[in-house]
Structures are given as C-alpha cells and as structure tokens.
Design a protein around this ligand. Structure first.
Ligand SMILES: *Cc1c(COP(=O)(O)O)cnc(C)c1O
Length: 354
C-alpha cells in the first residue's frame, strides 16, 4: 500500500517529484559539473523562481545551504558580534539560541510558556542587541507567530537585524521582506522535496553587517560565510560542491507551484487548516495543543491525544503516517502537517479515522 505522509518533515513529497527525478536521470543531472554553464543556469533559474514565488526583493540575495540548521549558524556567525535576542516558542528556537551561545555570543531571550505563544508587541529588546531571531513557526510545538507582530517588532527596532526561521511555514506564509533581514528554510517541509538542502535569503543590511564584521577581522564562518556565499553567487555558483539534484528538484517544484499560483496554494492551505482544527475542536477526546487560535500553525498542527503511539499505529495500518509529539510530548501528542503536497481528499480520509 502506498502511504501518505502527514509527518512534519520529511513529509509527503510534492506530487510531481517522481517525474522530475526521472527527468534528472535522463538529463544526467547527477554528473553535472557544478562549475559549468549548465549549473549556472540552474542556479539562476532556481533563485529567480524562488524570487517570483516568494516576492523576494531584487536587492536581496538567495544562497544555498546544507540545511536550515545551517541558516541558524550562518545568521549568527555572519551578523552578530556580541549580542543576539531569541524569541523562543519551542525546540527550534531553543536550538538557535544554543548555537549562538556555542559561537560565543551573549544571548537574551523571551520564552513562551508551554502550549502558549508570545506577544511580540509587548517585547522589550535592549539597546545592545544586534539581531532578533524569531522562529516564525516552531514545528515542535505548532506555535505560529503572526507576521504582523514580526513587522511591528521590526518597526519598533528599525536599527536591529531581524532573522527568521520559516522552515515549516514557507511557501504558505506571506512575507513582506521589507521588515526581514534574514530568512531561511529547508526543502523537505513545505516544498515536499527530499532533505539535504537549505536556502537563506539575505538583505543588503545583513550583508553590510557581515562585511563590517569581516573588515574588523572577526570570524564570519569558514567554508560557508555570507560573504563567500555572496561572492560565489555572483558567478551563479556555490563555494562547495552542492546538492545539485535537490537544487534541480527545487527548481522544478517552484515552477510547478508558480503554475498553480501561490494564491491558490494559500487558499487551499487555509481550507485544509480549518477542516483540521474544526475536527479536533469538536472531538470527544482530543484537543488542539495550542489554545490561543492566534498562535495556531496552519501548516504544522499539534494535538493532544494521550495515546499517541496506538493512534499512530492504527493510522499507519490504514496507510496514513502522522508525526509523534516532539521530545517530552512524544507519547501524548500527534503532529499533522498541512503542506501544499497534502491533498484535501487524503486529509478528509485521515480525519475520518481519528
Ligand atoms: C525542520 C526544522 C528545522 C531544521 O531543518 P533541517 O533540515 O534539519 O536543518 C529548523 N527549524 C524548523 C522550524 C524546522 O521545522
């Protein structure tokens, strides 16, 4: 039986992936020289597609990384000399703060109570802070921070850099890049690709900061830094030998999504999200883990179920894979992804079983 993966990442692959993998083999993408003309074309096409799909301004740069966790490191190493501030609503935000601390930075943070979000408009961020790091959609807890709140914070502290993890909300989340300096993602969530590729989007202001740190003789990274990524990207290249196959697949899926239209993708996600949360709101035993609807993630929903393992086993037998709760919540919660790859009909069939 072919299974449907409602896991939060890796997840159900985009419906056209098989076709694109076959064409990659036919076009000898696996042997492609990453310094050759074909690769440069691919780099250009993929970044242009992303720019169009996500409305990324023309003066922002787009680089490829090993994965999203590298985005946490690149943002800190590249743009923070001493102080970073971390908005923490789950394990991914916590990890980012830990990396900053491991890199020798002094961290300040605001941490949400379990099952609750954070009111960004109420945050006070001290003068020393160079960058505010926000996990916009923390996949471990299903907590979503509304973009308006992030814009508000950005307007309140215009001199600070705003770095954001959009890994499990992109491409659904509608981002006004005017208020964002760094955004990063991995491809195995909303884009429905195999894991092993990250993308980071960087503003001129963030690049200027990295230049300034570099000029002062400070470390901004080694084989990857925002500076050498930029230099390589000027020639449509990456410093290292990249995951060419995944860049190829991303190029294709972004083109597929452009054909469907981002508006339609967002509408469908909203529709599925409503059905999903309504089901659990009206359930006899199970409840949404995030009580305040403002902070509920439309793309990675978390539910209290008590008997997580049994429920997941039962669903697996019927061909549906859902995620366990994260870490301490493994046995009491399930996580259900609502990405563009997830079909409404499959979601309805899944919910009939829960
Ligand atoms: C999955 C995830 C990451 C990490 O992605 P990797 O591909 O493992 O680097 C980071 N942040 C969030 C919110 C995620 O969901």
């Amino acid at each position: 039986m072919k299974k449907v993966y409602f896991t939060v990442g890796p997840s159900q692959v985009y419906p056209t992936i098989n076709k694109h993998i076959i064409s990659a083999l036919k076009e000898d993408i696996l042997s492609l020289n990453h310094r050759g003309l074909e690769f440069k074309k691919l780099f250009k096409s993929t970044t242009e597609g992303l720019r169009k799909l996500l409305k990324i301004p023309s003066d922002y740069q787009i680089f490829f990384l090993s994965s999203a966790l590298e985005g946490m490191e690149r943002s800190i190493e590249g743009c923070v000399q001493k102080y970073s501030f971390h908005v923490i609503t789950g394990s991914f935000g916590k990890a980012w703060a830990t990396y900053a601390s491991n890199l020798g930075k002094t961290i300040l943070k605001a941490e949400a109570k379990p099952g609750d979000g954070l009111e960004l408009p109420k945050l006070y961020v001290s003068k020393d802070i160079e960058m505010i790091c926000i996990t916009q959609n923390d996949t471990s807890t299903g907590i979503w921070i509304p973009m308006e709140d992030i814009y508000g914070l950005s307007k309140k502290y215009p001199e600070k850099l705003i770095a954001t993890d959009f890994v499990s909300s992109i491409p659904y989340v509608d981002i006004d890049f005017k208020f964002i300096d760094i955004a990063f993602l991995s491809v195995q969530k909303g884009f429905g690709l195999p894991a092993g590729l990250g993308v980071i989007i960087v503003s001129p202001k963030a690049l200027a900061k990295t230049e300034a740190l570099s000029k002062r003789g400070l470390s901004i990274g080694s084989y990857h830094s925002l500076k050498n990524l930029k230099e390589s990207a000027t020639a449509w290249e990456t410093p290292e030998t990249p995951n060419v196959l995944n860049i190829y697949l991303l190029d294709k899926v972004v083109k597929d999504m452009l054909k469907v239209g981002i508006k339609k993708i967002r509408q469908e996600t909203n529709q599925k999200s409503k059905i999903l949360y309504d089901h659990f709101e009206n359930h006899k035993k199970y409840t949404p883990a995030v009580k305040n609807t403002k902070f509920r993630s439309p793309t990675t929903a978390v539910f209290n179920v008590e008997d997580s393992e049994n429920l997941r086993k039962k669903l697996d037998k019927k061909g549906f894979i859902v995620g366990a709760g994260y870490e301490n919540n493994k046995s009491t919660q399930i996580r259900i992804a609502n990405f563009p790859s997830h079909k409404l009909a499959d979601l309805k069939s899944l919910l009939k079983l829960i």
